[in-house]
Ligand binder design. Sequence first.
Ligand SMILES: [Zn+2]
Length: 243
Amino acid sequence: MGMPGTVLVVSAHAGDFVWRAGGAIAAATARGDRAVVICLSYGERGESASQWLAGKSLEEIKELRRSEAEAAAAALGAEIEFLDAGDYPLQPSRELLDTLVRIYRRIQPTVVLTHPLLDPYNGDHPAAARLAIEARILAQAIGYDAPGEVLGAPPVFFFEPHQPEQCDFKPDVLLDITAAFPAKERAMKCLPAQQHMWEYYSSLAVRRGVQVKRNAGPNLGLPVDTRGEAYMRYYPQVTDVLA
Ligand SMILES: [Zn+2]
């Protein structure tokens, strides 16, 4: 066993990290790694329709989404921080980028998870991905003025968007989340404002689980109830053995 890793998840909105990467996060914390979720916004305008329909105010919605996301992160064993940068639109700024660079330098992630760079349905998701990648690059530069150690080269994985084909999302990593799935289910149920997503992401985990089994081959003896999450790598894998 090596040193414990640290997973940094850059999430545009308060729910995204749960639906798309909850299994990876729960699996990481279960094996003793640290997981830190950065929510750039609460998803207060773009992903809280049921609360607007219920007549809640903006501040009430932000507070609700914050407490839901905190509960979901706790269910996954993750820490969570909110940058309250606003959504619909999530707009990049020099300050927001600098805040993220400082987070990279402070947390020293060994793995980064974020949205894919294309999403014709939701501009906030690619905006979050661009910020996550740009901040990673800046945090690697010794000349960038921010406290903490210069960042190494943590791999970046894009998690699965809601409409994968339209986002040019073609998985090249299938993660077995079977053991972590009960924690992901508990986390999803912390988000009643998006209750319509529970069934969708439960059945997606079944379908990705079938693909985990198919690609792993029969010799691993994976169980019939295998659950999976799909990812794309942004940078090449580095290895001295092809395996
Ligand atoms: Zn979102």
